[in-house]
Design a protein around this ligand. Structure first.
Ligand code: FUC
Length: 721
């Protein structure tokens, strides 16, 4: 596990993920499929082994090319150079390993697949797992069955080679006398993303009417027919069409491009800063999102689509008190809005259940007396905390308040703002916002002239600190997290409703009566943004260095605290200073974004340095600990926020450019709200060449340090509506 976390190279096509180790004698490719679950946790799906028996390699190298999403291994052994290339293809739902030897006939290896963590059915926990691995005619077939939700999994590996391929009774294949060989792989499950997927207790979820082994073998057969070159070409065209939209040049040195990532990281940790490493981290963040979240797949979970665990930490779930939303923070600014679709599909699938929970919450907390009318809270989704492919946990409570819903709506509002796609606005954004607004606007109670969240909790903040046994989650009324996110959500809904030209209805009228009285930001005696209304000095309650900075969600991802509210902005700075610069992976990422929004590039960079020095594995995965991918995504978004922002009504160029990036640099393809795609080159920290593509014909208002930027080349793809 430690090797997997720190060293393996991730590849993925959303449907499944591969972790490639690059072993010489024994190559390991670990497979993850996010629907493969034991009870409430995603588990390692399959282990592929490729045994060469090679020893004492010379000139060994392994790599992951994030511009092409291809990994490789190469070394020399007994005078022969061996090479392997690995890729996973979204268009073909296939993984491919291509092996070659420099000497004709020198390539020989064994190929096998093993089902990890099998356990008997019928135990008390009903958590059995079993399966079969068989081999014949150059094909390995794997089937698996999970007792927990009855999930069926199928995988196929087929070898095509110019050598001899033989199959053995133990389910493995052997290749001999070859010069080249290609291993084609695919897998599938009978998971069906639909309301019936979410079940309580030990009920059986609704299943897709597919035989996963059959669909895996159909996919492999099609890939074999297409051939290695065909699959590779389709993969490159697909991957590059997303990855190639954006480039960021922070002034990297050419020498650094010749160094390995672990070496760069080690030097960086000792104070040798590398813009190349920072650029790579940014590219890697986008790479991970493209590899783990594509239309038709499950969303990226806490580990994206990579899990070698038997029991993944926090169940590899979708955690709605910041983690899953943070996964998608880079989606819009870095031009990957397609990658957001899986979260939309997922959320929409559990609406009926979420609605019943929402009703239970409001009635249970005395916030309403009667069940929902037919059209109330229709578009709602999770206000629970942890969700998984088959389970959906409850309502606000325990450690997080209803403001969680606003964190999700923010993504929907951004989806609309960045893409301006009216079809998505009508079918997805508006219903989602309306449903959540309907719910959140009922979570509040009029108190001393304010509308305050009656149950309220600032995510996971504890009295007496987490380290004390008698510490407990602090429950209150109207904490900053809930008030800010309810306020953001309600304003976003009104804006979207207006954009659609809709008449006032019950929800919008209620909201209009409440907006302006949520009192989302209060300043305390330390000059801080209070986390709690009853707080005096900073941290009257809770942990001083708490990882969540939930009193700043109106700064990021929200748009409540901006240069238009200077006193709040100052208080946000005080709060961040008091909270300190040490934290866990994703929490550092949130701080990077916040400092960027405060316009303090040097401080944002300081935290990026902290993240790369103390919270990043040699393979660039983020460390919470354990490995948690939200930090990769949050920091990628943070780097984009340092270069461009647009939440304040204009396109703000280089709002938080750190000293070390100032001399010369550029970005291409970053996006701004209003449907803009922006290129910008700078010298000595000042934009020198700026061009904007306006996708829906709006005129961009481009600013640098608050002043309009002249000489912007604007091209409009359509006329403004
Ligand atoms: C939130 C965080 C934890 C962890 C978990 C998955 O609850 O507070 O630190 O990241 O999600």
């Amino acid at each position: 596990l430690i090797g997997w976390e720190r060293q393996s190279l991730p590849l993925g096509c959303g449907h499944f993920g591969w972790s490639v180790f690059g072993g010489v004698a024994d190559e390991r490719v670990q497979v993850t499929h996010n629907a493969v679950m034991t009870r409430s946790t995603i588990a390692n799906a399959l282990e592929i082994r490729l045994r060469t028996g090679h020893a004492k390699p010379l000139g060994y190298s392994r790599w992951l090319d994030v511009d092409d999403a291809v990994a490789g291994v190469s070394y020399e052994c007994d005078g022969v150079r061996y090479a392997r290339e690995f890729l996973t293809s979204y268009p073909d739902r296939t993984g491919v390993i291509r092996l070659t030897a420099s000497k004709p006939g020198a390539l020989a290896f064994g190929l096998s697949a093993a089902i990890p963590f099998q356990s008997p059915f019928g135990g008390e926990k009903a958590n059995g797992r079993r399966g079969t691995v068989t081999a014949s005619n150059g094909v390995i077939a794997v089937t698996q069955e999970f007792e927990a939700y009855g999930t069926k999994f199928g995988a196929v590996l087929q070898v095509v080679s110019d050598g001899r391929v033989s199959s053995s009774d133990d389910g493995s294949l052997a290749v001999k006398g070859a010069t080249e060989a290609t291993v084609f792989f695919s897998c599938d499950t009978d998971y069906k993303l639909c309301p019936g997927a979410f079940v309580k207790d030990r009920k059986r979820p609704e299943r897709a009417d597919v035989d996963p082994l059959r669909s895996a073998s159909d996919l492999v057969r099609a890939a074999v027919r297409k051939g290695y070159d065909g699959v590779r070409a389709a993969h490159l065209a697909d991957y590059r069409s997303l990855a190639g939209r954006v480039t960021v040049d922070l002034g990297a040195s050419r020498d650094d491009a010749e160094r390995t990532t672990p070496e760069l990281l080690a030097r960086y940790g000792k104070g040798e800063r590398s813009a190349y490493l920072e650029e790579t981290y940014f590219r890697f963040g986008r790479y991970l999102l493209i590899s783990s979240s594509r239309p038709g797949t499950l969303p990226a979970n806490l580990q994206g689509v990579w899990s070698a665990y038997e029991k993944a930490p926090w169940g590899a779930g979708y955690w709605f008190n910041i983690n899953v939303q943070m996964n998608y923070w880079p989606a819009f600014t870095t031009a990957l809005d397609e990658c957001f679709r899986p979260l939309v599909d997922y959320i929409e699938a559990f609406r009926p259940l979420a609605r019943s929970y929402a009703q239970g919450y409001l009635m249970g907390r005395g916030l309403r007396k009667t069940p929902f009318a037919k059209d109330e809270c229709r578009g709602i989704w999770s206000v629970g905390i942890a969700c998984r492919p088959h389970s959906y946990s409850g309502t606000p409570g325990a450690h997080s308040g209803p403001g969680m819903g606003g964190l999700t709506t923010k993504l929907f509002k951004d989806w609309w703002d960045f893409t301006r796609d009216r079809g998505d606005l009508e079918s997805h954004v508006a219903p989602a916002l309306r449903g959540m607004t309907d719910f959140l606007s009922q979570c509040v109670v009029e108190t001393n002239g304010f509308f305050l969240s009656k149950f309220s909790a600032s995510p996971e903040q504890m009295t007496e600190g987490a380290w004390r046994r008698d510490g407990h989650f602090y429950h209150t009324v109207g904490c900053a997290f809930d008030q800010q996110m309810i306020d953001e959500n309600n304003r976003d809904f009104i804006e979207v409703w207006r954009a659609l030209g809709r008449e006032d209805d019950a929800v919008s009228s209620r909201v209009k009566g409440q907006l302006g009285r949520y009192d989302p930001v209060r300043i305390g005696w330390s000059g801080q943004i209070k986390e709690y209304r009853e707080e005096g000095y900073y941290c009257t309650f809770g942990e001083w260095w708490h990882r969540h900075i939930s009193n700043l969600v109106g700064l990021m991802p929200g748009s409540l605290i901006t240069p238009e509210t200077p006193a709040w902005l100052d208080a946000a700075r005080v709060t961040l200073d008091l909270r300190g610069d040490k934290s866990t992976g994703w929490a550092l990422a949130h701080r990077i974004c916040c400092w960027a929004r405060l316009g303090d590039g040097n401080h944002a960079r300081k935290l990026l340095v902290e993240l790369l020095t103390n919270r990043t594995h040699p393979n660039l995965w983020d460390v919470h600990p354990p490995f948690q991918i939200d930090g990769n995504f949050g920091a990628t978004a943070g780097i984009a926020e340092m270069l461009i922002q647009s939440h304040g009504g204009c396109i703000d160029l280089l709002p938080a450019l750190p000293r070390d990036w100032r001399r010369e640099g550029s970005f291409r393809g970053l996006c701004a709200r209003g449907g803009f795609v922006v290129d910008c080159a700078w010298k000595d920290g000042v934009p020198v060449r700026v061009s904007v593509v306006s996708k829906c014909g709006l005129d961009p208002d481009v600013r640098f340090r608050g002043n309009p930027v002249r000489d912007v080349v604007v091209s409009k793809l359509t006329q403004a509506p």
